[in-house]
Ligand binder design. Structure first.
Ligand code: SAM
Length: 342
């Protein structure tokens, strides 16, 4: 029975551990060097960043961001040996340019996004990300510490999504971001339940989804039936796709020539966004194929270093099953295109 799965309730913000995904592959991709400047937009517990600093003999410069104040605190402890070489900011990565401007950096030699939740967020019950245990429905990565100006009121936390979104919106969210075929039943069950009393906790939500699932599906499901619903709500609360789009809109001009961008995704929609953007950036002409000659004048700005995404090997998955859906894609910035003089 999924509902009785014991939860590692002894995990706290102080002792949570996070195993960095595709660590060697990221280091090979970014090839950090002494004196180089690097941006880590999703610092987490600084697993990738501390390895990057170590690979550069402690002599690289790092700009590290995280929207989660608990993660940032842990990252600061881990990066303390590198002193002023590592500058950390409580910031959403879509706003990375603010951090680079504050440091006076025009560009970086490498940038990393390792998108998603950290074990710190998943394993600490009180954060409200986990469907095991029972905690207030929250799921805000920033724990409310960053401004939510401009956000719709119903997207402020998991509690507001579950209690305020109409049935069509809930269904869309669970279908699109959770890719759950039972989305219509789940959305209806949530709305019926909240008509009796507001849904306040992760345990209540997990229970509602559990009962919404047909018994046959429940019996055959590999994970708790609420897993995808929780993921979908988390993505909305943290505007995860919007963050990625805005980061990609802005990063190329801030990458030095020869600099590399590495992105690890855990969700098919995120991977599709990265794949399409990298393909567009690395293609010379974007005209429709039926046109006899190029009229768009577009020139590739990057070289695609990963024609296919890099995924974790079997050895890594044995140690870290959470890496199961990870995909790494990498590009390298080209020099600006110069028109040939005729
Ligand atoms: C998978 S963890 C990163 C783990 C890290 N690479 C390591 O090796 O320890 C993802 C981290 O990114 C942060 N994060 C996710 N989306 C973010 C965003 N839009 N802006 C800033 N930080 C974000 C989360 O708070 C979390 O700490």
């Amino acid at each position: 029975m999924f509902r009785h799965t014991p939860h590692p309730s002894s995990v706290t913000a102080q002792n949570a551990r996070h195993v960095s995904v595709l660590l060697n592959e990221v280091l090979d991709a970014l090839a950090p060097r002494p004196g180089g400047r690097y941006l880590d937009g999703t610092l987490g517990l600084a697993g990738h960043s501390s390895a990057l600093m170590e690979r550069a003999g402690g002599k690289a410069f790092l700009c590290g961001l995280d929207r989660d104040p608990q993660a940032l605190e842990r990252a600061a402890e881990r990066l303390a040996p590198y002193g002023e070489n590592c500058r950390l900011f409580a910031l959403e990565y879509a706003s990375f340019a603010d951090a680079l401007d504050a440091l006076g950096w025009d560009s970086v030699d490498g940038a990393l996004l390792d998108i998603g939740v950290s074990s710190l967020q998943l394993d600490v019950t009180e954060r409200g990300f986990s469907l095991h245990g029972d905690a207030p429905l929250d799921m805000r990565m920033d724990m409310g510490s960053l401004s939510s100006a401009g956000r719709e009121p119903w997207t402020q936390s998991a509690r507001t999504v579950v209690n305020m979104a109409d049935v069509h919106t809930l269904r869309h969210i669970i279908e699109a971001y959770g890719e759950d075929p039972q989305a219509p039943r789940i959305a209806r069950a949530i709305v019926e339940a909240r008509q009796k009393a507001p849904i306040e906790t992760t345990g209540q939500l997990a229970e509602i989804v559990w009962h919404a699932y047909p018994a046959k599906w429940r019996a055959e499901a590999r994970n708790h039936p609420a897993t995808r619903t929780f993921q979908a709500i988390r993505m909305v609360v943290n505007d995860e796709l919007g963050q990625l789009e805005r980061f990609l809109d802005a990063i190329l001009p801030r990458l030095s020539v020869g600099g590399r961008l590495a992105v690890i995704t855990f969700h098919s929609l995120e991977d599709r966004i990265v794949k399409q953007r990298f393909r567009q950036w690395s293609t010379d002409c974007l005209c429709p194929p039926h046109l006899p000659r190029c009229v768009c004048g577009h020139h590739a700005e990057v070289t695609l270093l990963t024609k296919k995404p890099i995924v974790p090997g079997r050895d890594e998955l044995v140690i870290n099953p959470r890496a199961g859906s990870a995909k790494l894609r990498v590009v390298e910035k080209l020099p600006p295109f110069e028109k040939e003089l005729s």
